[in-house]
Write a protein that binds this ligand. Structure first.
Ligand SMILES: [Fe+2]
Length: 258
């Protein structure tokens, strides 16, 4: 498998992943992920460069994207210890396992989103599906957060939120409720369905990439996302994320046509 330039642009997905992702017109959310990966702010890029550990050489078509910020940038809501394990161990493991699982199969030549779509619900493809979806979800999650996030969304997104939830605060409460009522591991999402926004939750590795849903932002509620900092207090982790880290600008950039 090609390993071109994953180290030359540490804040980005590999060129191959970007090309493959953007080639899949059917993949909702792929363009958003590619845009975010392709257009880090100068500060974010500088932070990522400063924070990037020695990247591990990819062992297959997929590689771990560098964080778009320094690994202590989200402290104290998410500590550098948590971020280091979460990104460097958990996300890396999904990438490594995906590369192993697709080796020698037609999936090795497919875009990530196409792999997720092709393996969803297929019993003997569960390992490929889970690792592919978790690679996608985590890449999206890192970009759903930023240092000094929170606050108010950009006007275009704020209007769409108010049209459905009544207020941004009500939307935050919906996200907090989804995140804290997800039984076991999973994800809370703000998504666009047609011309309306919605808050949903998914279990384990599932992502809202089907059924006409376009993900706008996500919060990881697997225990590995918060246990080192908060133990079992998921509500405190999610409250901190929503108040201080969530990147409404990223969500606004993912909006599709109404
Ligand atoms: Fe995670």
């Amino acid at each position: 498998m090609k390993t071109e330039e994953p180290h030359a642009h540490p804040a980005r997905l590999s060129r191959r992943e970007l090309l493959l992702a953007t080639a899949s017109a059917a993949a909702l959310g792929a363009a958003a992920l590619a845009r975010a990966a392709d257009s880090p702010t100068p500060a974010a890029a500088a932070g990522a460069a400063a924070a990037a550990p020695s990247p591990k050489a990819p062992t297959g078509p997929f590689s771990l994207p560098a964080l778009p910020y320094a690994d202590n940038a989200l402290d104290p809501v998410i500590s550098s210890n948590t971020l280091g394990f979460h990104h460097g161990k958990h996300h890396q493991a999904y990438v490594d396992n995906l590369n192993k699982a697709v080796a020698g199969t037609p999936y090795a030549e497919m875009p990530l989103e196409a792999i997720i779509a092709a393996t969803y619900g297929v019993p003997d493809r569960t390992a490929i599906y889970n690792n592919a979806a978790q690679h996608w979800n985590h890449s999206f999650y890192w970009r759903s957060l930023k240092a000094q996030g929170g606050g108010e969304p950009p006007a275009a997104l704020k209007q769409r939120i108010e049209a459905v939830f009544g207020s941004v605060d009500a939307c935050r409460k919906e996200l907090l409720s989804a995140a804290t009522t997800q039984f076991g591991s999973g994800w809370a999402w703000l998504v666009q369905e047609g011309d309306r926004l919605a808050v949903i939750k998914t279990g384990n590795a599932d992502a809202p990439l089907r059924g006409g849903q376009r993900p706008l932002l996500t919060i990881d509620v697997w225990e590995h996302a918060y246990y080192l900092d908060y133990q079992n207090r998921r509500v405190d982790y999610v409250s901190g994320v929503l108040g201080k880290l969530i990147d409404w600008g990223f969500a606004a950039g993912n909006l599709g046509p109404a």
